[in-house]
Design a protein around this ligand. Sequence first.
Ligand SMILES: NC(=O)c1ccc[n+]([C@@H]2O[C@H](COP(=O)([O-])OP(=O)(O)OC[C@H]3O[C@@H](n4cnc5c(N)ncnc54)[C@H](OP(=O)(O)O)[C@@H]3O)[C@@H](O)[C@H]2O)c1
Length: 331
Amino acid sequence: MTVRWGVIGTGGIARSFVGDCTAAGVAFVAVGSRTQASAESFAAEYGIPRAHGSYEDLVADPDVDAVYVATPHARHADDALLAIEAGKHVLVEKAFTITAAEARRVVDAARHRDVAVMEAMWTRFLPQMTMIRELVAEGRIGRPRVVEATHHQDLPRDPSHRLNDPALGGGAILDLGVYPVSFAVDVLGAPVAVAAAGTLSDQGVDTQMGIVMTHEGGTQSTVHFALDVRSPNTASIIGEDGRIDIDATWYTPTTWRLRDRDGAVVEEYDSREELAGYAHEVRAFESMIVSGDRSGGAMPIAQTIAVMAAMDEARRQVGVRYAADDSSTAR
Ligand SMILES: NC(=O)c1ccc[n+]([C@@H]2O[C@H](COP(=O)([O-])OP(=O)(O)OC[C@H]3O[C@@H](n4cnc5c(N)ncnc54)[C@H](OP(=O)(O)O)[C@@H]3O)[C@@H](O)[C@H]2O)c1
């Protein structure tokens, strides 16, 4: 069965994603935009047969099996629910939603309609990450005790840009922090405690934040992220018998090494020839759709909710509040 994709939103990531995945043979049959003109120019650029001038029309398209949601975070829950109600499988860009409560609503709706839903945390599906997960599971570094990871980028300063606008879920945490938080949850499981400190912009979103999470069994992760500085963005998994160091940029195919307890290199890896980007997660999601598997594979939906809950708590401590926090509390 070929999974036929529809896309919601025609912005930056929709372009990268559709470009990447078209090259890998993924079948895009329709695109939906808030404006007909934008849908048509996107469809023409990427050779997509149908252009819809509303998201409602896109999800009503009978030829669409799965919808990719590529709108700003603040719209993810509503756009995913729209697609689910129409009986479509949904791949939702990271951060999955604004709050864990929203995430639970989306997941409950997908269960109810028996459609697959997954967060598009593409990094988890890279062959490099699969190998790292296997090395840890095989005990090659002993019991993993600490995860360290950063995500720093120098992003647009324009106050109206979605990254700076609280109404669209702006701030470093949902855009950048979600990567290292998700990585820590991948390796160490859901956190049992979260301690965060950060700096807010004039608009009330976090420009930088550091989080220390304690996980099951007393393991810990430390993550730092910021949207107005650059760093190498490296990561380490430190175990009782060794460690894995991932070079810049850790969440893309790169070089990395397994070290023993004394720091000596045991094995070196160079994953830079791997296919970068979004095709791995799409193929994994398509397999889940076809097989009826609703587990989420490398991105289990329960971990998506755990990541959202950790970010809720970090934001609460630092004082980043979105409109969805009020509606989530009220529900
Ligand atoms: N996986 C990755 O590597 C990656 C990279 C970048 C971003 N992302 C994620 O993708 C999502 C979108 O980011 P982006 O950088 O693509 O954003 P963007 O360039 O601003 O595009 C977002 C699109 O969403 C639609 N939209 C609907 N309501 C909107 C509103 N109120 N304001 C602005 N746009 C609205 C627009 O499409 P229409 O006008 O066609 O409706 C717009 O083009 C975010 O959740 C982000 O975290 C993921």
